[in-house]
Ligand binder design. Structure first.
Ligand code: NI
Length: 293
């Protein structure tokens, strides 16, 4: 009558297996993994930055507001094929959100951005656009930029050229049908797009590939404070900040993140505005400084 003493000393495997499964599915569901940098800036005509923009460094109210920026976003398509950041003269930065629209988190984020007059760039998945077209329309109506994040979020580096272009064209069409918005840039899921594929995408669709300079790994849910501090500490002039508007804690991190960056003098612009501001002097400097690495 001592069944327990006869039981096998196992029962260790199932929990580990389950944990492994969760880790795997978490990994599969998110974008990560920056590929190697390949910034090859090309000199181009540069619109001057607007001298009317004054940074509100003396404003320490509860909700700092981004200045009203009327910047050119008609960047030259030859400006570059891949961007992880953009050399600019000034404290300009782009906030980007991937994988939406999301039915509750995206609207909550839009409220936070609106209060601060911050315009962001949303790399949306066409499949989600088709599910939540009204949220995309609201995003566009509030002045944000929409980027192409493919129709079904597959790893493009494993696909043929025609499959890659099909993923991007379907997403472009989903966006246009839902909102009428024109897409200027793309971001590959997981950052996975081979240099040769980037050239094909640029030649066929005119999209530069937009990666990022700061990845807070928010999809791993490290906590609101960690997401916020990683973004703030990683910020730099011309930086592109990556986040995901499908995760509630990421949205929770945004007020403190944005307020801190505004108080540090950063001005938020969209990705295509940032590219349009690309400075020849900075580009030359960036080329010189990155040639050693
Ligand atoms: Ni993604």
């Amino acid at each position: 009558m001592a069944p327990h003493s006869e039981s096998k000393p196992q029962q260790i495997l199932p929990p580990y297996t389950r944990r492994g499964f969760i880790a795997l599915t978490t990994l599969a569901a998110s974008c990560t993994q920056a590929p190697p940098l390949s910034n090859t800036p090309v000199p181009r005509r540069v619109p001057p930055t607007d001298p009317r923009q004054s940074m509100a460094t003396d404003s320490y109210g509860p909700t700092p507001r981004n200045p009203n920026l009327s910047l050119d976003s008609n960047f030259n398509r030859r400006a570059g094929i891949t961007f992880t950041r953009v050399p600019v003269n000034g404290k300009f930065i782009a906030l980007t959100f991937d994988d939406g629209p999301h039915p509750t988190n995206t609207p909550r984020l839009l409220n936070i951005l609106r209060e601060r007059n911050v315009k962001a760039t949303f790399y949306v998945i066409g499949r989600s656009v088709n599910l939540y077209p009204q949220i995309l329309r609201q995003t566009v109506a509030e002045g944000h930029e929409i980027g192409n994040h493919t129709q079904t979020h597959r790893l493009l580096s494993k696909l043929s050229d025609s499959e890659v272009l099909n993923e991007l064209r379907r997403c472009r069409d989903s966006i246009a049908q839902a909102s009428g918005a024109t897409v200027r840039t793309m971001r590959p899921p997981y950052g996975g797009l081979l240099p040769r594929q980037r050239e094909v995408v640029h030649a066929e669709l005119g999209y530069p590939t937009i990666l990022w300079s700061v990845d807070p790994l928010d999809w791993k849910r490290p906590g609101v404070g960690v997401v916020s501090s990683r973004l703030i500490q990683g910020a730099s002039d011309g930086g592109i900040l990556l986040a995901h508007d499908i995760h509630a804690p990421t949205i929770d991190a945004m007020p403190a993140t944005i307020d801190s960056l505004l108080r540090r003098g950063y001005q938020f612009v969209t990705v295509s505005q940032l590219i349009a501001m690309k400075s020849e002097a900075s580009a030359a400097h960036a080329t010189a400084t990155t040639s050693n690495s």
